[in-house]
Write a protein that binds this ligand. Structure first.
Ligand code: ACO
Length: 340
């Protein structure tokens, strides 16, 4: 992909790794407009990838990258375009907490590194660039591809994985992530805690939302409280019939938000990468807790209520009315997948 500026000024390496900080110390813009050029490159790549995958909204954008703990590997060809360089493509990865089914259909909690978006410029596809970029990422993460999960891989990507890494035997899942048999053969993954489907003692935690589902949810659902409450369990049922045993479809299904029983996050998976992923999400959880605590102490510290506080309290109560029926239905039928 060509841009009306010098790609080599923006990216010094053949592959540049960007994260939340948009390059942090490694990509220090020497001119103020380099920052806007970087934004343009990321956003254009995201749009091109969405178009290639027939998604209506990009999975990748600068704003999303800044708000999530993902890594973007951007590849350039510095010699093309009269020495100004072109962007060859990108690969976005990130850790996701997933509830997966192993070969025996047992639920397993895992937090693997996932491929979230992958794109090589149309005119450069099937030239080996995808393989080069993917291998770069694997080396950077010190990881084997079968230990990764793939968010709704396209037919081209499935073909790519089969050809280059012999990943052909996927294990059916109830969500749109694809994992292959080797994922569960790995000791570290198997040691992950099997998810109890019986005892909903802890708080009900939301199922990991998938990148592409979030996109769709943002598009279709008006913000709460204007949106009607949807049944997360129903989402599982509908997804189950579509995803198990079949290749993922590019047609976006409904957004899932599946409640699962509370899970002890301190289980040690003995797997450095997964541990790193877990540590990150624990930190972010701590951040959220602190925020909630601060809000509560502000409330209790005041004797009179503002209108905004009354509205907030009303919303809190409404959430109880929404969650209570879900909790009761969960008590009646704790294993929704098998109650169909
Ligand atoms: N049709 C079928 N298979 C293809 C195609 C295609 N048009 N293009 C690449 N492949 C697969 C084939 O297995 C191919 O081998 P073959 O030519 O012998 O059949 C192999 O990939 C080629 O390997 P590379 O040249 O290294 O891969 P490439 O540089 O083309 O990158 C990629 C692969 C990223 C999938 C690229 O084709 C692409 O950008 N496709 C469009 C966007 C897309 O589908 N991205 C994946 C989204 S899903 C996700 O990110 C989780």
């Amino acid at each position: 992909m060509e841009f009306p500026f010098d790609i080599n000024q923006l990216f010094s390496e053949r592959v540049t790794i960007l994260d939340q900080t948009l390059g942090g110390g490694r990509l220090t813009p020497r001119r103020p407009n380099l920052q806007s050029q970087l934004v343009a490159v990321i956003d254009e790549l995201g749009k091109a990838s969405a178009k290639a995958q027939t998604l209506t909204t990009p999975v990748t954008s600068t704003i999303k990258l800044q708000s999530q703990q993902h890594q973007l590997y951007v590849m350039k060809d510095g010699e093309s375009n009269g020495g100004r360089g072109v962007i060859v493509g990108f690969l976005k990865v990130g850790c996701k907490k997933l509830f997966l089914l192993d070969k025996k259909g047992v639920h397993v909690e895992a937090e693997p590194l996932c491929v979230l978006d992958f794109f090589i410029a149309q005119n450069l596809q099937r030239h080996g660039y995808g393989l080069e970029l993917f291998n770069f990422m694997l080396q950077d993460k010190n990881l084997e591809p079968e230990l990764m999960a793939f968010d709704r891989p396209s037919p081209k990507f499935l073909s790519f994985l089969a050809k280059h890494y012999r990943l052909t035997q996927s294990v059916p899942q109830v969500n749109h992530f694809v994992v292959f048999e080797g994922f569960f053969l790995n000791k570290a993954v198997v040691q992950l805690r099997k998810v109890s489907l019986r005892k909903p003692d802890g708080e009900i935690k939301p199922y990991s939302l998938m990148e592409r589902d979030v996109v769709r949810q943002e598009q279709r659902t008006p913000p709460w409280p204007f949106a009607p409450p949807h049944s997360p369990q129903r989402s599982v049922f509908s997804q189950y019939s579509h995803s198990v045993g079949s290749s993922p479809t590019r047609v976006p299904p409904q957004a899932p938000a599946v409640p699962v029983p509370g899970i002890d996050r301190d289980q040690n998976p003995h797997f450095p990468l997964i541990e790193r992923c877990r540590a990150r999400s624990t930190r972010s959880q701590m951040g959220r807790r602190t925020h909630t605590g601060a809000y509560r102490s502000t409330q209790s510290g005041q004797s009179s209520h503002t209108t905004e506080q009354y509205i907030r309290k009303g919303m809190e109560r409404s959430r109880v009315y929404l969650i209570l029926p879900l909790f009761i239905s969960y008590q009646i039928c704790p294993t929704p997948l098998f109650c169909v």
